[in-house]
Structures are given as structure tokens and as C-alpha cells.
Write a protein that binds this ligand. Structure first.
Ligand code: ASP
Length: 342
């Protein structure tokens, strides 16, 4: 009978939180919650050998920064060859950002890295933490359960399995906390675990590459009617911003303001990389579909297609740090790890 080695990395989040004096939830240390984590002692998992790792200071995921992304990535890199799968217990608020950035950091990934968390702490009677972790263990130890190995960064939450860089947090309270509006679910947890085999990435033939550099010098601009474009000039004046994720209207439309166009032209002259994504949850940028399309302006603005904000912003931070300026445009427009449909 086959066996599997699974690493569980606890970073914080509601999963392991308890109420402090003000009734506010804050992260507990792994040692204080591990007694409640029954899944890892379950009889069903006797063929799974667990390695447990924890951040020294578990965080509410609203406090995550590139430093913590790299910490997670380095733990996985160190244990990559000795384990079959990795589970990251993470807060839901920024889980989609961490899952997106890790998908770019591990190029040609050959093993599952599964993010999970909870809407109710593991100590709560009605917690969703245990079932989410149990489902993640099945996937991380796939060969034991004769489930296909999914060589991707995933989000496993409630009844669904989603590609990490296609996911977004959709609810602050619903157990179904995440969705993947522009890409099919990769699996469902019903009576059986159903994997959507035709949509999962193939196990690569080349070795995994680890590229963990991150450039945090980007911003996002969310257009809205009546926006006062004069404030944008401070972005160009900063001389520090290297990338902009622009969230335009519909299929890529912008207000026809001379001040805004001049801002974009100046930003481009300053070599700021600009990627255009839509504010709509569903759908893609369609250059030139309307007269008001940003892409009618003959500016070298990158089409972000149907990217989530989480994937576009973390991809930009990763591309800026791991490639030379002449490659930024091509890499941003390309589907690297299933994050966009071009
Ligand atoms: N604020 C929490 C966090 O992201 C929310 C959660 O985990 O559900 O860490």
C-alpha cells in the first residue's frame, strides 16, 4: 500500500483564531490549537506522514507582505523533494493573493500546494476548519487515495477546489468563501471527490524552478466616474512606481479625458509597466470593442485579459523582479501558469 508525506504549514487566519479580551479574533499559536486539529490523527490518514511547520508569529492574513510570501515559499523549497504535497493554512482575506504569487514563484510545479483556511475557528463547535483541512489532506496525499496529482497552487475551501490564481474571496461569512469566476472549478467535494481532469495542468517534464524575487513598487488604479485625474500626477512624480494595474470599465473602456491620457503617456515614458484589467468579476478585456476602449489610444498598455486583481497585481510584482525590462511586456501578456485565457 502506498504512503505519502504531507507538509502542513500554519500561517494564521481565522482557522486558528481565538477571541481576545475585546472579543476580537486574533491568531493563536500552533501549540495552542494543535489539540483541536483532529484530522491529522485520523485513522483514515494512517498512511500519511505529516510534517508540521508554523510561522513563529501567526498572522491575520491582512498583515501578509512579500516577506511572508517568501517565508512560505522557502519552507516549501527546502522540503520540496522529500514531500508529496503541501498544505498552507492561511487567513481568507488575502489567501487569493498568496496563492496567486506562489503560482508564479514555483515554475513547472510538479506537486500540489494547497491553501485552505476557515470562516469559523477550529475550536468552534460548527467549524468548517476540520473539513477544509481533511479535503486538503486527500489532495496533498493524492496517491494514497488514488486521486490525480494536481501540480498546481490550489485553494481548497468548502465544497470546491479552485486554481489559486483564478480565485477571489467572495464572502466574509458564507462557508463558500471563494469563487473562480473566469475558470471552471478544478474539483468538488461531494460524496466522492470529483476532479475536473480536463482542466488541471499537466505534470511538467522539466524540473521545478524557484524564483522568489518580488518587486513591491506597484499600485492599482480603480477608475470611477467623476475621478479627479489631477491626483494621478503624483504617481509619476514619485519616481519609484514601476508598475500599475489599471482596473478599467467593462471590456477595457476609460473616460475620454485628456488629463488621463497625458498621465498614461507620461507614465509610459517613465517606463512604468501598465496592465489593463476589467472591474467586472466575469469576462475579459476586449481591445477596440468600443470607441472608448483604452486600447484605441495606441499606447503600449498590456492586455490583462480575464485576470483577477489578485493574479494581475502579484504577477506584475513577480515579473518586474524576475525578468529584464525588455521582457516585461511579453511575460505580462502571456499565460504563464493558467492565470489568464488569452
Ligand atoms: N481576517 C482573517 C484573515 O484573513 C479572516 C479569515 O481567515 O477568514 O486572517
Amino acid at each position: 500500500m502506498s504512503s505519502a508525506k504531507v507538509m502542513v504549514i500554519y500561517t494564521g487566519g481565522t482557522f486558528g483564531m481565538t477571541q481576545n479580551g475585546n472579543n476580537a479574533l486574533s491568531p493563536s499559536r500552533w501549540d495552542d490549537i494543535v489539540a483541536h486539529i483532529s484530522p491529522i490523527n485520523k485513522e483514515d490518514f494512517k498512511q500519511v506522514e505529516f510534517t508540521l511547520e508554523s510561522f513563529d508569529n501567526p498572522l491575520d492574513s491582512s498583515q501578509m507582505t512579500p516577506k511572508e510570501w517568501v517565508m512560505m515559499a522557502e519552507i516549501i523549497q527546502k522540503n520540496y523533494h522529500s514531500h508529496d504535497g503541501f498544505i498552507i493554512i492561511h487567513g481568507t482575506d488575502t489567501m487569493a493573493y498568496s496563492a496567486s504569487v506562489l503560482s508564479f514563484m514555483f515554475h513547472s510545479l510538479s506537486k500540489p500546494i494547497i491553501f485552505t483556511g476557515a470562516q469559523l475557528p477550529v475550536t468552534h463547535t460548527r467549524t468548517d476548519a476540520s473539513i477544509n483541512l481533511i479535503n486538503a489532506i486527500y489532495l496533498a496525499a493524492a496517491k494514497v487515495f488514488r486521486i490525480p496529482i494536481i501540480p498546481e497552487v490550489l485553494i481548497c475551501f468548502n465544497k470546491v477546489l479552485l486554481r489559486g490564481n483564478r480565485s477571489t474571496k467572495k464572502s466574509t461569512f458564507d462557508f463558500m468563501g471563494f469563487e473562480s469566476p473566469n475558470f471552471p472549478q478544478l474539483g468538488r467535494f461531494n460524496q466522492k471527490i470529483e476532479i475536473n481532469k480536463k482542466n488541471i495542468l499537466q505534470i511538467p517534464e522539466i524540473p521545478t524552478k524557484f524564483l522568489f524575487n518580488i518587486c513591491p513598487d506597484i499600485i492599482t488604479i480603480n477608475l470611477f466616474p467623476g475621478m479627479n485625474f489631477k491626483f494621478l500626477k503624483y504617481i509619476n512624480k514619485s519616481n519609484e512606481i514601476k508598475g500599475i494595474v489599471l482596473r478599467s470599465f467593462g471590456s477595457g473602456n476609460i473616460p475620454q479625458s485628456q488629463e488621463f491620457i497625458e498621465f498614461l503617456e507620461e507614465a509610459i515614458q517613465l517606463n512604468i509597466v501598465i496592465v489593463n484589467i476589467t472591474q467586472c468579476k466575469e469576462g475579459s478585456i476586449k481591445p477596440h470593442q468600443y470607441g472608448a476602449s483604452l486600447h484605441n489610444k495606441n499606447l503600449p498598455i498590456i492586455n490583462g485579459y480575464d485576470s483577477t486583481l489578485e493574479a494581475a497585481s502579484t504577477k506584475l510584482m513577480w515579473v518586474l523582479a524576475n525578468s529584464s525590462p525588455q521582457d516585461h511586456h511579453a511575460l505580462m501578456s502571456k499565460n504563464l501558469v493558467g492565470e489568464i485565457t488569452t
